[in-house]
Design a protein around this ligand. Sequence first.
Ligand code: ARG
Length: 271
Amino acid sequence: MARRAAGQLIKRVLMVPPEHFTVEYSINPWMGGTVDKAKAHQQWNDLKKAIEKEGVQVSTLSQTKGLPDQVFVCNSGLVLGDRVYLSRFRHKERTGEQAHYLQWFKENGFKPIGEDYGEYFEGGGDAVFSDYKTLWAGYGARSSKGVYDSVKSLGDFEVVICDLIDPKFYHLDTCFAPVDETTALWYPPAFSENTKKEILRRLPHSIAVSQEEATAFVCNAITIRNTVISPIGVSTATRAALKARGFGVTEVDMSEFMKSGGACQCLILRL
Ligand code: ARG
């Protein structure tokens, strides 16, 4: 029996409204520019609406002042059922977020693990299930490779280690998005030869995006039911390839969040 794609089964996500979102430091190659606050709110609300339209419940957590990147809540941990493996951020600019996430998880009935574990782990930014038996596990600029020996304790699944080799694609979700049980949207130059082979072996219908699309953060997409929610910039070829697999595309303008190196997928945590 075909395994159901994890994305198609998303029921609930967590989001953090951009109350205090700014770009005031630089910890990835995309960060810079001035955020238009009104526009950021509009774009965040548009994304929330697009997600709700697919029947997904959106829970929210308020942003803490002085933690401008907290909007990228996908980095808070990795959730499976009622358990969460907590993040440990590589950059000191973001470590202050950890306590707020831990509190939210506890108050909302999630059992946290990984709290005392020393290695870096940036949650859903680097780790994503394509189905609940397969975890795609990126490392390089942010999460450390060794952390996945411990992340395994979250449940019963296989871990596919992904070597990220291009500093521009510093989190797995900047260059890889599972779409269904045999398909991902991905940007091949961001990966080592071994990882490229592994992606094509396990997800043979994967759709490679162009450099232009990758730079528009097209891989920072969320698939819910039969819709791929992505930032603006999906090419005609990618659209056709997705259509052939039964998926439509909803584009949401993410210009303000891209000034911080994030877009659709970075703004949600899958619960
Ligand atoms: N400015 C944030 C950082 O560098 C962006 C995080 C984007 N999140 C993601 N999952 N790619 O940490």
